[in-house]
Design a protein around this ligand. Structure first.
Ligand code: NZQ
Ligand code: ZN
Length: 380
């Protein structure tokens, strides 16, 4: 097992009715910026619950955060935060709204001229951020309990992430009933995203960390068990609750302690969203089986362990096939052709990007531009 530090400062407020708990946790001595998306929270009653909880606070609203939140939109919020002396940001919505809030919170106090540096340096230059609280309405990303944020820039078709210890939310409300209004597509996306997060930290090479393996496998097992139930029965509280908690634990930095991590699937996937507008999870379902086949020799032992323990199959090939059919059964396509995207063209675009940035991903840092292109071509 590798050395690690583990510190997760986010307070989780889990369960039905817990939105009311934010009242005493949001400071009342300065204006609060309430950040949300395109209006789902107004249609499902979450907005009303938040406004009742904050009835004694001064609230400035910033709606209109788009899925795959835009840098350009976030900068408008930064200007408001600075002009109105906002001291706390409350994000209410899915991963996009929460990621936007984290970026706004870091950019508002950024000591530099160009906030894009936050993303260009993957957060290395973040020295402080305003506190952010969240009310999560879409289980998927884990952003409610980590220091990550992913931001897209319309002008350059880029999608980059940053990570900072300053960007963990101070609290996050996880009320499964807020998810009852999610369209099936986003439930499907959330299951696949949480599954992929677990895999990025598990499907590498043996690292003498049996507890981390078992923790990861229990998240995978739970998603396999409750995923189809929660997809079929929108108001099944217990299935929704287990799904929601699984998605949080998949990326709250616990299962990555002391083990190698991959993340090649995510990094290639972000480029596919930037170029073609695919949903985040759609890119993962396409790319992940390709990464595993490309790295079959290096990942064979873990693939076999996963196959045996999660699916009851013996070979790496069968484990990959089981994963693809799990995605298909959720209604998730796994090929670029399913979206009429030309794999050769996509491979060239991503290859050029990775080479220009000089980056390589994967637990052995060997998924460079050429490897990414080969993986993408294999997913035509
Ligand atoms: O904008 P509104 O009207 O709120 O509608 C949203 C949006 O259209 C809707 N929605 C959310 N909660 C709802 C609801 N509709 C009905 N009922 C509800 N309860 O769902 C749509 C999609 O929302 P979005 O926030 O975009 O989805 P998700 O949570 O999957 O977030 C995706 C973003 O997170 C990033 C992705 O790259 C992408 O930009 N990620 C962030 C990570 C992190 N910070 O750790 C890790 C992930 O790997 C991921 O990259
Ligand atoms: Zn993800």
């Amino acid at each position: 097992m590798q050395n690690f530090t583990f510190h997760n400062p986010t307070e989780i407020l889990f369960g039905k009715g817990m939105i009311a708990e934010i009242a005493g946790r949001v400071p009342a001595d300065a204006p609060v910026l309430l950040v949300y998306g395109g209006g789902s929270i107004k249609r499902n009653g979450v907005y009303d619950q938040v406004r009742i909880a904050l009835k004694h606070h001064r609230v400035i609203e910033f709606p209109g955060i788009e899925p795959n939140p835009l840098y350009e939109t976030c900068l408008k919020a930064v200007a408001i935060v600075q002009a109105k002396q906002v001291h706390f940001i409350l994000a209410v919505g899915g991963g996009s709204v929460i990621d936007a809030a984290k970026f706004i919170a870091a950019a508002a106090v950024f000591d530099g001229n160009n906030p894009w540096e936050i993303l260009r340096t993957t957060g290395g230059c973040v020295k402080a951020a305003l506190p952010v609280g969240t009310v999560l309405t879409l289980p998927a990303t884990g952003t409610e309990a980590n220091g990550n944020s992913v931001i897209s820039r319309q002008a350059t078709q880029e999608k980059l992430h940053f990570t900072s210890a300053h960007s963990f939310p101070v609290f996050s409300v996880l009320d499964p009933t807020t998810t009852f209004t999610l369209p099936k597509k986003y439930i499907r996306n959330g299951i696949v995203d949480a599954f992929a997060h677990t895999m990025e930290q598990y499907m590498t090479c043996p690292a003498g960390a049996p507890l981390q393996d078992r923790l990861a496998e229990s998240i995978l097992h739970t998603l396999v068990e409750v995923g189809p139930v929660t997809l079929a029965k929108r108001r099944h509280y217990d299935a929704r609750a287990s799904f929601m908690w699984s998605a949080t634990l998949a990326l709250n930095t616990l299962i990555s302690c002391g083990v190698p991590q991959d993340w090649a699937t995510h990094m290639i996937g972000h480029e596919l969203t930037a170029f073609y507008g695919l949903d985040h999870a759609e890119t993962l379902a396409i790319i992940m089986p390709g990464v595993w086949r490309y790295k079959l020799a290096a990942k064979q032992k873990k693939l076999e362990q996963y196959g045996r323990r999660v699916w009851g199959v013996r070979t790496a090939a069968a484990a990959i096939a089981k994963t693809e059919s799990f995605f298909h059964n959720l209604g998730m396509p796994t090929r670029l052709g399913d979206y009429k995207i030309n794999a050769v063209e996509a491979a060239e675009k991503v290859r050029a990007r990775f080479i220009a940035r000089g980056v390589a991903f994967g637990e052995h840092a060997d998924i460079d531009g050429n490897a990414a292109a080969a993986i993408i071509r294999s997913r035509a």
